[in-house]
Each structure stands twice: as C-alpha cells, then as structure tokens.
Design a protein around this ligand. Sequence first.
Ligand SMILES: Cc1cc2nc3c(=O)[nH]c(=O)nc-3n(C[C@H](O)[C@H](O)[C@H](O)COP(=O)(O)OP(=O)(O)OC[C@H]3O[C@@H](n4cnc5c(N)ncnc54)[C@H](O)[C@@H]3O)c2cc1C
Length: 463
Amino acid sequence: MSGDFDTVVIGAGIAGLGVAAILSREGGERVLVLDRFPLPGGRLMSFADTPEPGWKVDVGLHMTELGEHSSIHALNARAGVEVSWGPFSETVEFFHEGRFVNIAELVPLSGEERRAFGALLGRIASLTDEEIASWDDRPLSDWLAENVAERALRDLFTCMGMIMTTIPDAADMAAGEVLWIGRENLRKKGQLLTASYPIGGMEALTSGLVKVVEEGGGEVRTGAPVQEVVFEGNRVAAVRVAEAGASPYPAEFRMTPARSIPAGKLVCALPIYQLPEIIDFAEGRSPLPGWWRKRITDIMHEVTCLVGFLLGLSRPVTDKLCFFSALSTPHAGLPFQAFPASNFDPSVAPPGKQLLHTDVVCEYPEASDPFRRRRILEELRRDLEEMFPGIWDKVEWELPYYVAGCDGLARKPGLVGEFKPKLRAPGVSNLFFAGDTYVGRGLAMNGAALSAMLCADIILDKG
Ligand SMILES: Cc1cc2nc3c(=O)[nH]c(=O)nc-3n(C[C@H](O)[C@H](O)[C@H](O)COP(=O)(O)OP(=O)(O)OC[C@H]3O[C@@H](n4cnc5c(N)ncnc54)[C@H](O)[C@@H]3O)c2cc1C
C-alpha cells in the first residue's frame, strides 16, 4: 500500500475504469484513477442535455460490436454492473452509384456462391486461436487468395473487413484481426458483423464502473492531468499531477506546478501515442529499455482517424435500424460510416427528432493537419447532401469533430494480436498498461475492454 491507494491508474477511459473496478471488486484494492478531462469516460464520454436540452451525445460516432455478447459487456458484468442494450442493427447499407444498397445488392451472389459463402463462414467459426494468430502479420488479401476461390466472395469479404477495420484495401488489413472479429461474431451471433448501442449512450458503459471504484474506497479524480511518471531505479515511485493555480502567463508560456502522488503499482491506461507526454523516453533517463521505446515511437501514429459531424435533426432522415457505409464517398473520396443512434435508443433525442452520427475515415497526416481536415469536413457536408437529400434543411444543430487516433492501433498486418505492445512493462515490475493500443482483441472499445480484463488478471496474478 502506498499513500492512501493500492494502485494508481492514469486514464478514466473504459480501460482504466475497467482495470480499477476489477482490482477493487476482486482484489479488494483502493484505486485512484486520474484523468485530465473534466468528465470520466475518455473516448466513450457522453454529454447529457447537449448541445440543447433533451439531446444526449457521445464523442463522435459510436456503436458496439456484439452488444450483450461483447467484451465491454463482459467487463461490466465482471465488475457487477448491468448494461441494457438497444436492438442490433438489422443490416449494413452501402452508398453505391448514387443510392444506399444492402450488401446483397452491392455484391450479388449466385446460388453456388451463396453455398460457398455458408461453407466459408463455417470454417471461420471453427478457426482456433493459433490458426488466427498465424495470420496476424499477414494481409487479408493473402488469406482471401489462399482460401476463397470466388471473386464475388473476396469482394464481399473485403467490404466486411473494411467495416471491421475502417481500412479500405484488403492488402492493408490484418487477416488475423478480421478473422478473430468474424469468428466471435459468428459464434456468438451467427453473423459476420453486428452493431448495437447501449441504452443511455456510451456513458452507460463507464458510469457503473466509476461507482464500483468509489464504493471500494477508491476515487476517480477528473481535471487531474498527469505530468510525469517518476521512477526510482527500476520501479515507479510516484506520479506528478499538475495543479491548477493562478498564473498571469498565457498557456503558451506557462509551466504548471505539480505535486507527487505515490504509486505502489501504476497502470497507464492511455493510448501509446500519449505515453511520451508522461514518460521520459530520453536515452539514459528512462528505465524502460531502448527496444521498447523505439517500438512505441515507431508505431504510435499507426492509427485510424475520423472527421465527422454529429447531427441533431428536426425530422428523421431514416427509420431503419441500420449501419450506413461507403467504400469511398463521392466528394471526400474516403470510407464513410453513419449510425442513427436515436433509432437504437430513442432516449438520446427529443421525441420525433433524430440523432445521426456520421464520419469519414482518414489517415493520421490528414486528420492532424488543420487545413486538410477542414477541407474534408466541407467535402463530407456535400457527401451527406447526396446521401440523404434535404438533410441540411432538417439540421437543428451540428457538432463537427475530428479525432487523430480514434480506435486503437490501425488493424494492419503486424499491429494486432501479440504484435501489440504488452500489458506489462519490460524491466519495471510495478508498471502496467491497458487500452485499445495494447494487447487485446476485438473492435476498438471491445479491444480496450478485453485488455483491461487481461491487465487486471496479470496484476491479480490470474493471468
Ligand atoms: C469519434 C470516435 C468514434 C469511435 N467509434 C467507435 C465505434 O463505433 N466502435 C468502437 O468499438 N469503438 C469506437 N471508438 C473507439 C473507442 O472509443 C475506444 O477504442 C475506447 O474508448 C478506448 O478506450 P481507452 O480506455 O483505451 O482509451 P481512452 O478512452 O482514450 O482513455 C484514455 C484516458 O486517458 C486520459 N489521459 C490521457 N493523458 C492523460 C494524462 N496525461 N493525465 C491524465 N489522464 C490522461 C484521457 O483523458 C482519457 O480519458 C471510437 C472513438 C472515437 C474517438
């Protein structure tokens, strides 16, 4: 025990809260969770009565693969938290040649191809973990070339893979991750893709975990940015947390004072691309080995990014329980996704109105360039008018947003499965990691939730 807490966790996203809740419930630990944001939830934050009364919005477009069968549901259940789900998406529609079509119209199959597809799904459902892992550093295009004779089935699979990975080209998708997600969906739900939405928005997935931590004598402290992890030899000794204080200097010139909080065990539950902001990576000053620091800095910008709009509509543009997609939009020329969240949980919009999540997927250099991302947003505006004619007449409010690093490491060959950074730090016995950029399988939030459970198992010596 160090200070008042057994373990300190940096990051109150799903991974940090998940590790903290399990340590609290199963290990009887008092855990301190620190987050720089004013609210817990990280990328799963929701905002009630925002931007106007009666609406509830998440950070950008969000849906949950597998709903009540998901890792994020299992994590909450393990912490003793019940989550309720809206219905599953009934279909995926792709914008193609000026209209939305379902996948059967996009890739028409003959009777023989349909039978071959059924047999293929059976083979995927029966793949072992080892067989899947052997494809983690190889592209989906290779797997398709070796396993699927029919051109139409290869096209169909590439569309499904694009939705799972948000990567348009099968040559860039990690076959292992696509097969793992497909296998889980087939085993648990009998189909390759599934999408659901928790009742109450994404906050419903994290708010119960906060309570578990607090009921266990721990604390979730928001508005608490960690400046630095302090090492003594080969152990973490403390974290330094910036203190708000009056300063006449503009932010550009200011150095914020900090105070130390001792940490007997530390979990860094923030994405790898934020680690160099709190861990000194300099040679000679870091107890973490050079190969590890090099690996982190080599891959930290291998992430997918989004530019999009959350839209509050006075009248619905669709009554479907459907996930909308496009391999490439007419104007932005990028993969597209949209999700009418209020069709799945009517409580997130006022009666008769619609909450529509929309975005296009881009690469890190595009999302991190303010000029380029503003152009993309304007192109998406024109795309939306073509996809949902008259939509802008129904818009009561719009929330444009971008994220450089939306859902973990890009699911590319060599960046999934055991190739992801490990949950235990090399050479520092009391330092651990959790989140969507570390070891853990599944679509984004599910990968983060699984990593949280695996990290807690290691700390509790169950792993
Ligand atoms: C717009 C958008 C759309 C998405 N859509 C989907 C989707 O449809 N389906 C899906 O499965 N996933 C989706 N995701 C991904 C999903 O939200 C993430 O995979 C998941 O929330 C990651 O959780 P995490 O705990 O690993 O990280 P985070 O939620 O990022 O948590 C990390 C926390 O660390 C905190 N932190 C960072 N630095 C510091 C510091 N120095 N001091 C203190 N705290 C710090 C941050 O404030 C943050 O709260 C989407 C993400 C975004 C942004």
